[in-house]
Ligand binder design. Sequence first.
Ligand code: CTP
Ligand code: CA
Length: 226
Amino acid sequence: EAIRAGSLPLAGKHVLITSGPTHEPIDPVRYIANRSSGKQGHALARAAYEAGARVTLVSGPVTLPDPANIHVIHVESASAMLKAVEGSLPADIAIMAAAVADWRVASEGAQKIKKDGTGKPPALELTENPDILATVGHHPDLRPRLLIGFAAETQNLIDNARGKLERKKADWIIANDVSPQTGIMGGDANTIRVVSRDGVEDWPEMDKGEVARRIIARAAEALGAD
Ligand code: CTP
Ligand code: CA
């Protein structure tokens, strides 16, 4: 650690990152999930470590290996992710890259739901999950100095991202168009727009590792500037 620190831009800083989807149980054998490979979030964790930071990665279920030298907390549900995130504060920078399921089943069945033979499907009552980014953004005393969220949208990209920036009290929203024709979901490349109170920046298509390194470099600059 001492040898690594030296002049790296995030030496001595704690960076907290969420990655992957969440799984919300319906019964012991079924769940509701978002599509997310975790590639972008895990790449951010690696880039933050390479920039000298101590990194905590709170990851939903992904098939990726745990990145080396990073404290990884594995969770399944949004509620568990929120708990792990709150328990990992304070952080200098937090980046919420997870695709959190918006809803969970109101009461998880203790037993597997069986078909009843009538052909009529069961009615699932859903309830909204806690918003992890907004909770951290509105934290009374442990809000990170730099808080970054993502917004995957299929329409009205910038308006939606601006709304999230304000509602969740984030500093930047990394917006990307995930319409099926872009082929971004699950792929290795990403085309993003950085939305902040200073405006919108369009970045060219890059692989997710390069996107991560540039976000981290920019974040280190922003911390140094205030
Ligand atoms: N997010 C979160 N907790 C949630 C939902 C979202 O922390 N329960 C975070 C995501 O990790 C992301 C940002 O909020 O950084 C935006 O997520 P998104 O799903 O685009 O926003 P929502 O507020 O859920 O709005 P939408 O109705 O568009 O899904
Ligand atoms: Ca959502």
